[in-house]
Design a protein around this ligand. Structure first.
Ligand SMILES: [Fe+2]
Ligand SMILES: [Fe+2]
Length: 297
């Protein structure tokens, strides 16, 4: 499936509804909207060998439904100012992909939530932060999206370059993360190009990246730690698990160190997401998505 999309989605993703309409816009040449075969059923809190990695991925997932609908809205705020047909098509595809991601992660979050594993506890705080961001100017909102999209593209690139991180997950979960990672890389330029076209403000882009970085790192560390603690009987109960968690710390530290050059590149005046060449990686994993039947085609 590769079609322009229109969406009918409320600001809270818990009621997210995705409507793909017959094409009313040109197709994006590089972004494909795919339907994942991920099933939000029979999930366990620990799906990775390292409990820490499970809780880290779940913490990321918690913020996706609301976060990704915020990204969509910040682009919709200024969409009418975009005249380039190719970028307009990419925006439609971006909206389609992010809406699908929000929906899938919302289903995952709802299914994995339990009496002992309170994901929904964070919803109020995420809502509060989203409401605060929505009071900012359109330029600052979009700059926040650009910064966060750089984070998602960096993490997606890391996942696809080091697939051991997700290949050890049950196939159902691996399919969710690889599908999402592929599409994050496919659309990594969209928010950036919209921002450059409409605002082209370097100082704001840098400022927003600094604040978003702090918020992203702190909030994910807090959420991961809280989930680990909620699940402590299973996650911290034996020497084997503690060792697996330490290996998980090593993986996250390796990810942060390896992504540092890509992170710092964002602050350059001449930066563009396409300068991080993901072309061969993307080609390989697009194929894999189809070969493993992880997406509907
Ligand atoms: Fe996404
Ligand atoms: Fe994205």
């Amino acid at each position: 499936m590769n079609q322009a999309a229109s969406t009918d989605i409320s600001n809270t993703a818990t009621t997210a509804k995705v409507t793909l309409t017959p094409r009313s816009l040109a197709k994006s040449k590089t972004i494909t909207i795919r339907k994942t075969r991920f099933q939000a059923a029979n999930l366990t809190e620990q799906y990775s060998k390292s409990p820490l990695i499970s809780h880290f991925l779940t913490a990321l997932s918690m913020s996706f439904p609301r976060g990704e609908m915020f990204f969509v809205d910040t682009i919709k705020n200024v969409r009418s100012e975009i005249k380039d047909p190719s970028l307009k098509a990419d925006i439609a595809a971006f909206i389609g992909q992010e809406s699908m991601h929000a929906k899938a992660h919302d289903q995952f979050n709802t299914e994995i939530q339990s009496a002992d594993y309170h994901l929904k506890r964070f919803d109020a705080e995420i809502d509060k932060e989203m409401a605060r961001l929505r009071t900012l100017s359109k330029r600052r909102q979009l700059a926040a999206t650009v910064a966060l999209e750089h984070f998602t593209a960096m993490i997606a690139g890391y996942i696809l370059t080091h697939p051991k991180l997700v290949q050890q997950l049950p196939p159902n979960m691996a399919s969710l993360w690889i599908w999402h990672a592929v599409e994050e890389i496919e659309h990594k330029h969209v928010a950036f190009d919209v921002y450059q076209t409409v605002f082209n403000n370097l100082a704001q882009r840098r400022r927003s990246m600094r604040t978003i970085s702090l918020g992203f790192i702190i909030s994910n560390t807090v959420m991961t730690s809280q989930l680990l603690w909620q699940n402590r009987k299973q996650s911290l109960g034996s020497v084997k698990q503690i060792w697996a968690n330490l290996q998980g710390v090593g993986t996250l530290a390796h990810m942060m160190v390896s992504l540092l050059p890509e992170y710092l590149a964002f602050y350059k005046e001449s930066f563009h997401p396409s300068e991080i060449d993901h072309t061969p990686l993307l080609a390989r994993w697009r194929e894999e998505l189809v070969k493993k039947e992880w997406v509907e085609v």
